[in-house]
Write a protein that binds this ligand. Structure first.
Ligand SMILES: *Cc1c(COP(=O)(O)O)cnc(C)c1O
Length: 428
């Protein structure tokens, strides 16, 4: 054993007792007592207030008030939600629009940025980025007649990208850089301000994808000098499956950028029903069509919980919890064949931890579908060999982290995973 002190369940419980965010867990719907949920970075838990709000929205706003509710709240809802998202990501409320999906918002902003940067022919991302981001960039390149090249910054360890390697690949011909602030697989986190500075030195624009960052780490888009950003609301923001995403455009770019899709919700006066499109001033022109009201409304209670807890406190607990997890894994799992797929420096990671093992898929299956009365433990699997463990400080406890790591140890030592099929379900 490398360390003399080995924590036990009592130690984990004592950390929970000292946790000032402990009571936030009571604001979430927890119907399955025997469930340890470690996948809030993929789909956040349901806030109790959201259940109640949706019930009322369906019965009263839709069922009873019908179309009248457009003037009793629905029309102003995107602005209200956007203002709260702005608070969480460090932007002004008139710089954020809550609409569409992350993929579509990225498309709109990437198209707008490439149009503005006429003459520059390189688009930069990195090999750690989420596939949809790369696909969207490929589609933008296709629509501009295949005149641009997509250059991906490499990763020497498969976990992180060095600023040096990123800088090498951004040249004077670069129109746009698109990066995930926190990488979906490894949780590697860029220093946003440093990257913004080096991108701007080359005259390029940057779009940050905040999907794995918002609600997980404090963000200060304006202070850090970001140009644009997109992100989803169903992960750490607990907005619900497929809840609408958001986009951010720094105010200094509002008048320079044009949306590729001109819809009536992006028009200056949609209810004039005029034949000629006139873009709304500011961020509004990036809206397209009627918002999905029920899914949009469902975002607010999750945001309220995050704002009440405060991102600094959430981050402090997340840092402690990821450190605790890494300490446990170092002692119990690394000796039995695991490797870290996550930066060990807390400043360089978000709020999830990846553990690599050749049998990662079947170990995940054994956690999710225990054969006996062990707790159900839900992390997720990311090919080829990552078990991703999402830490969501508003409802993850230290005891859950302890129990999950010890159970992984048991599954590997007892070869329990060998009872599981290698058949992959449609969604992992
Ligand atoms: C989850 C995630 C997305 C999801 O995009 P959708 O359009 O909502 O499906 C995009 N980018 C990143 C980095 C993500 O983590």
């Amino acid at each position: 054993m490398k360390n003399i002190f080995l924590p036990d369940l009592d130690f984990a419980l004592s950390l929970d007792n000292q946790d000032s965010l402990r009571d936030f867990r009571n604001h979430f719907y927890l119907p399955e007592k025997n469930l340890i949920y470690l996948d809030g970075n993929s789909l956040g838990r349901l806030p109790i207030a959201t259940r109640e709000l949706l019930q009322r929205s369906v019965d009263f706003e839709w069922g009873q008030r019908l179309i009248r509710t457009w003037n009793e709240g629905w029309f102003d809802l995107p602005g209200k939600i956007s203002a709260k998202i702005a608070q969480v990501i460090g932007a002004e409320e008139d710089e954020v629009a809550c609409c569409d999906s992350t993929s579509i918002n990225l498309y709109k902003l990437a198209w707008a940025a490439v149009s503005l940067q006429k003459g520059r022919k390189r688009i930069v991302s990195d090999v750690l980025n989420f596939p949809t981001d790369l696909y969207v960039l490929q589609s933008v390149i296709n629509q501009f007649g295949n005149q641009h090249e997509l250059a991906l910054a490499p990763s020497t360890d498969g976990i992180s990208v060095s600023l040096h390697d990123l800088e090498q690949i951004i040249n004077e011909d670069t129109a746009l850089v698109v990066l995930s602030h926190v990488a979906f697989k490894s949780a590697f986190r860029y220093d946003m301000q440093l990257v913004n500075e080096l991108v701007h030195r080359k005259g390029a624009l940057i779009i940050w994808d905040l999907s794995h960052a918002a609600g997980a780490v404090p963000l200060a888009l304006n202070t850090a000098g970001a140009d644009m950003a997109v992100g989803c609301t169903y992960k750490y923001l607990n907005g619900g499956p497929g809840s609408p995403a958001y986009l951010y455009v720094n105010r200094k770019l509002h008048e320079k950028l044009t949306s590729p899709v001109w819809g009536w919700f992006g028009d200056a006066r949609p209810f004039d029903f005029d034949h000629q499109y006139v873009p709304a001033a500011g961020i509004g022109k990036f809206m397209i069509g009627t918002p999905p009201i029920l899914s949009l409304a469902a975002i607010e209670p999750g945001l309220d919980l995050i704002i009440a807890a405060g991102m600094e406190r959430i981050r402090e607990k997340s840092r402690l919890q990821t450190e605790f997890l890494i300490f446990l894994a170092d002692n119990f799992l690394i000796p039995i064949g695991f490797a870290f797929g996550t930066p060990l420096d807390a400043d360089a990671r978000g709020s999830h931890v990846s553990l690599q093992h050749p049998e990662a898929f079947r170990i995940c299956q054994a956690l999710i579908n225990p054969m006996d009365n062990h707790p159900v433990i839900i992390p997720d699997f990311r090919a080829p060999d990552n078990i991703r463990i999402g830490i969501t400080p508003l409802y993850t406890s230290f005891a859950e982290i302890y129990l999950a790591i010890k159970r992984v140890e048991e599954i590997v030592k007892g070869e329990i995973f060998k009872n599981c099929s290698e058949q992959r379900p449609a969604v992992t």
